[in-house]
Design a protein around this ligand. Structure first.
Ligand code: BGC
Length: 421
């Protein structure tokens, strides 16, 4: 009896030991333990983890594309103004090739990762953990990026250091050579100071046609000039398509509207700039004060003398508010002259007065070019300005946008501004 009882007890013990061994050896494929349930379930569905995670990664990538290229999309509307009746024939905003390449390289990486993950069977905890760590890596990197973005740099000095007279290189230059000189300029000809928050966000609007020889000289001079002033800026070259008379003022209206569409946060200040005028003193700040500022008061070819008190031509600066209050420039000045005087009349009508730096600072050199034929109708038009300016300008601006291309040192806006008959 005693011997049977001992055997039975031994058998029971063996059974318990065998069960314990099964649990120990094969426990990982059983789903009984609450601990394992916890380990398997929190992040992903264990039956399809790889696909899900690859999708997640794809959604987080590419991470390197700068936000301005997303912002540069045509989807952004003009801020604070509602104007412009324009059609778009073919508006192309090209991201820089290097950035497109980065994106496609990352896409390729994703495909490789996709394949690699797809080959691994979707069972184990190991994969889930691997995914988990990849996810936390991605999340951490994201977090760092976000943290970087919210770090606000101190405001730049109101008078940046080392400003003063500068020299000008008027010799013909290759654009490619100039491009290599300024790697810190972002595509589209945009820049913001790396070590401080700019006090001014300025769009430089340059009306343009047939001045290829001036373009490289202009960019070579203007980029270092503007960078020194620690402002945030973008250079927009607005080219008139076709061979009708040049309409400088209408091109500047187009530049105002289109440059504003190209950045999500909008520009606060607009400097309307002839391509043949180059500033000779970095104290001539490209910002917009309380009153509209005539910048090019003192030009070498005009013997550094102001031709007349109300002149507003060459280079001038206006805030978004000032420019929209006067309804922008007139669209009616075809050929040389008068459009800047028209703006001067508009400003006077709204009780603005023209501000200027002193003549020793507002100095410019003028590049050589052929003299254009003056517009004989300009005086007649000017006699109407004060009565008609509200019905001629931004409110009546019509144009056909041909294309917008971002190059390294500038954004090129090609436009057809001919009047429809
Ligand atoms: C014209 C302006 C020009 C100025 C200076 C005036 O007669 O109307 O457009 O800027 O001369 O040359």
């Amino acid at each position: 009896m005693g011997g049977r009882a001992t055997r039975a007890l031994r058998l029971l013990l063996l059974l318990v030991l065998a069960l314990a061994a099964v649990e120990y050896l094969f426990g990982s494929i059983l789903d009984a333990s609450p601990l394992r349930t916890y380990l398997y379930t929190p992040l992903y569905n264990a039956t399809q983890p790889t696909l899900r995670n690859v999708e997640r990664l794809a959604a987080n990538w590419p991470k390197k594309i700068p936000s301005n290229y997303i912002e540069d999309s045509e989807e952004y509307s003009i801020k604070n103004i509602s104007l412009s009746n324009h059609t778009t024939r073919a508006s192309v905003v090209h991201p820089p090739s290097s950035i497109t390449e980065t994106a496609s390289k990352l896409d390729k990486n994703m495909t490789i990762q996709d394949g690699a993950f797809a080959m691994i069977s979707p069972t184990p905890l190991l994969i889930t953990k691997l995914m988990d760590s990849i996810k936390s890596y991605v999340t951490t990197e994201d977090g760092v990026k976000k943290a970087e973005a919210v770090v606000t740099l101190p405001l730049c000095d109101s008078m940046p250091p080392d400003l003063g007279p500068i020299t000008l290189n008027k010799t013909e230059l290759e654009l490619e050579w100039v491009e290599k000189k300024f790697p810190e300029v972002e595509w589209g000809g945009r820049y913001s100071p790396p070590n401080c928050t700019a006090r001014h966000r300025v769009a430089i609007i340059v009306p343009y046609r047939d001045r290829q020889q001036h373009l490289a000289i202009f960019l070579n001079h203007m980029h270092p000039f503007l960078m020194k002033q620690q402002i945030e800026y973008g250079i927009f070259i607005v080219e008139q398509e076709g061979n009708k008379d040049f309409n400088r003022a209408k091109l500047m209206n187009v530049g105002f509207v289109e440059s504003q569409k190209l950045v999500a946060e909008g520009w606060q200040c607009f400097v309307f700039h002839d391509i043949d005028l180059l500033p000779l003193d970095t104290r001539n700040l490209y910002s917009c004060p309380r009153q509209p500022r005539h910048m090019s008061a003192s030009i070498d070819k005009l013997h550094f003398k102001l031709p007349y008190e109300d002149i507003f031509g060459g280079v001038s600066a206006m805030t978004l508010e000032q420019f929209t209050r006067v309804n922008g420039f007139s669209n009616k000045y075809w050929g040389w002259g008068g459009e800047d005087d028209d703006m001067s009349y508009r400003l006077k009508k709204i009780n603005y007065h023209i501000a200027r730096y002193k003549m020793s600072i507002a100095r410019y050199a003028m590049l050589d070019h052929k003299k254009s034929t003056p517009n004989p109708k300009r005086y007649q038009l000017l006699s109407q300005t004060s009565k008609t300016f509200q019905k001629d300008g931004l409110s009546t601006l019509e144009y056909e946008l041909v294309q917008v291309v971002q190059y390294h040192l500038y954004t090129h806006i090609l436009v057809n501004i001919d009047e429809r008959s």
